[in-house]
Design a protein around this ligand. Structure first.
Ligand SMILES: Cc1cc2nc3c(=O)[nH]c(=O)nc-3n(C[C@H](O)[C@H](O)[C@H](O)COP(=O)(O)OP(=O)(O)OC[C@H]3O[C@@H](n4cnc5c(N)ncnc54)[C@H](O)[C@@H]3O)c2cc1C
Length: 548
């Protein structure tokens, strides 16, 4: 049956009374005084000042620990605490450097309540991981968190900052700024969509962040999107060690863990591998267009649901056996299998303009960037199978492509070379690129004929470079993994190398070098490893050959 209005207001009163009792019991555990100093200026923002007074009065009815003082801006205390604008509320300024430039209205009431409790308890209640990061901060951080009374996400971000300020009063100065009370300051920081957090005037967070992501952004002074828990253990025992945190390694981690194998991914550089340096990806299924960094964040967050990731750690040495020992720059791992997903890097020409115009007309991947040059002119540099295949690929996409090759014959298969002729793709023989020219984008290349020494400026919009890859096989070589003629890891159809328990996936195996193929190979390898670990193939072979 519907409740009438009188019954509804009785319910509300009962709820209020329960809330008051709950708050009283929380405040009972508070040991320290909570000094609050409000600075006001007559006739300025009186409404907001009144809200602060009333909020303080309401909380004082719950606890006798709050000590409240009000001063005008010309009082000596304003000078003592460097307060030059009103209203400003200082929260326990003898112990902490937290000030509120606004009034705890609406959603901000939650922030105010949590701040009073944390200050009263004198504890930040930061997580273990956050504590590690916040205590690594050596230089001062001046934080500004812009909030508004109507923003339900603001309290989370403001409380993150309050916790940091309580934990490190020696290094952290915090201002919580209400954009309605301080519109001028909000304008100066372009803070029109809250919450927005700055540290030392650098934007470190837009939107509410989890505590660890906020503290990590504060430590690094740049916005972080992910937090990867730090692991202190000097020794880690696991089923599978995956070397390389590119698409192959991360996908393998997801598949291995879902099969029931405890796995770790170890990455020495940027998580995401080559994708981390790719501005835009347009051929990964499910995304018509996605930033490389965004795709990495998605991949890493997904992988983190399953697998432990050890970033900034290099695998230095692998000792095959049962178990396999893996030594990194930080610790030792013991595992039943190791997956080498160490990737490859494309070779560079090493000419002026190449680095500067990379991603601005200079590309190492025609499959990835070719469509951007449809109807435009480009050169393809190289003379092997990759260069010729990619030149044909560009031609079929509608790019006016010219092959530039430093010799007088191609290294590519005859069939491919014939296709060049058939499609009337011009070739500049004995020609090398001396410089890539252009201001903001590629505009031309300076070419030299290495026989006649004649130079020319050749106008183009794109420079595609396919002069080979260098696979990351140092580790593989160290332990005697067999390589192909081109220097990639030699493996069977189940991604097994010649060393029992050592597998490979991704670009390090050669073949097509794409995100989707690397991810596919990572998935295949993980499933093969799972099947081999429950029924080891090397034991099956041993039984067949009768060896020990
Ligand atoms: C500029 C650029 C643009 C590209 N654009 C596209 C695109 O649009 N679409 C597409 O499909 N593909 C693209 N690619 C190719 C694609 O990025 C690769 O094919 C893919 O990243 C290969 O994945 P992987 O995991 O095999 O290797 P990688 O991505 O190379 O990752 C291997 C990882 O292993 C790590 N590692 C190596 N040795 C060790 C060690 N000893 N200890 C710890 N870590 C180690 C490396 O640091 C690296 O992060 C592009 C590549 C580049 C360079």
């Amino acid at each position: 049956m519907e409740k009438n209005n009188a019954e509804k207001s009785d319910d509300a009163l009962r709820d209020d009374a329960a809330l008051v009792r709950q708050l009283q019991s929380i405040f009972k555990n508070i040991s320290s005084e909570i000094p609050l100093f409000l600075f006001t200026e007559k006739g300025k923002d009186d409404v907001f000042c009144q809200v602060i007074r009333e909020a303080v009065r309401a909380f004082r009815s719950l606890t006798d620990k709050i000590r409240f003082r009000e001063y005008t801006l010309d009082h000596d205390s304003a000078k003592q605490w460097n307060v030059d604008s009103a209203p400003t509320l200082l929260i326990d300024p003898e112990r902490y450097r937290i000030r509120w430039l606004g009034a705890p209205m609406g959603e901000e009431g939650r922030t105010f309540l949590e701040t009073l409790i944390l200050v009263g308890m004198g504890k930040s209640h930061l997580s273990e991981q956050s504590l590690k990061m916040v205590h690594r901060i050596e230089e001062e951080r001046r934080i500004k968190v812009f909030v508004s009374a109507t923003c339900p996400y603001c309290p989370q971000q403001a409380v993150n900052a309050v916790k940091a300020a309580i934990e490190r009063p020696d290094r952290i100065f915090l201002e919580i700024i209400d954009i309605q009370v301080r519109p001028g300051l909000a304008d100066a920081y372009d803070a029109h969509s809250v919450p927005m957090a700055f540290a030392n005037d650098v934007l470190i967070g837009h939107g509410a962040q989890t505590e660890e992501v906020f503290i990590s952004s504060l430590e690094k002074l740049e916005p972080q999107t992910l937090f990867i828990p730090e692991i202190d253990a000097a020794f880690v025992e696991t089923d599978l060690v995956i070397v390389g945190g590119g698409p192959a390694g991360l996908t393998a981690g997801i598949y291995a863990d879902r099969s029931g194998l405890k796995s770790v991914v170890i990455e020495r550089g940027a998580l995401g591998g080559q994708v981390a340096t790719t501005p835009v990806v347009e051929n990964y299924p499910g995304f018509t267009q996605v930033g490389g960094k965004t795709l990495v964040d998605i991949l890493v967050s997904h992988a983190l649901q399953y697998v432990r990731i050890f970033p900034g750690e290099e695998v230095l040495d692998i000792q095959p056996g049962t178990p396999i020992q893996v030594n990194t720059s930080r610790r030792r791992f013991s595992a039943r299998a190791v997956l080498l997903a160490t990737g490859a890097v494309h070779k560079k020409l090493g000419v002026p303009g190449e680095e500067r115009l990379s991603g601005r007309g200079v590309s190492y991947c025609s499959t990835c960037d070719g469509p951007l040059f449809k109807g435009k002119a480009a050169v393809m540099v190289g003379g092997g199978n990759s260069a010729v295949t990619e030149a044909l690929h560009l031609h079929h996409m509608g790019v006016s492509v010219t092959l530039v090759h430093r010799r007088d014959t191609l290294r590519a298969q005859e069939f491919l070379a014939g296709q060049l002729k058939e499609n009337r793709i011009p070739i500049l023989w004995n020609t090398e690129i001396q410089e890539i020219l252009g201001n903001r984008r590629v505009e031309a290349v300076r070419l030299i004929n290495n026989k006649t020494k004649k130079t020319q400026n050749f106008p183009v919009n794109g420079v595609f470079i396919a002069i080979g890859y260098t696979p990351a096989v140092e580790l593989a070589k160290k332990i005697g993994v067999a390589l192909t003629r081109d220097g990639y890891i030699r493996r069977d159809e189940r991604h097994r190398t010649n060393i029992p328990g050592i597998y490979s996936a991704g670009d390090v195996e050669g073949g097509y070098k794409q995100i989707v193929t690397a991810a596919g190979q990572g998935a295949e390898a993980a499933m093969a490893i799972f099947e081999d670990l429950i029924n080891p193939y090397w034991q099956r072979q041993d039984r067949r050959t009768g060896s020990q």
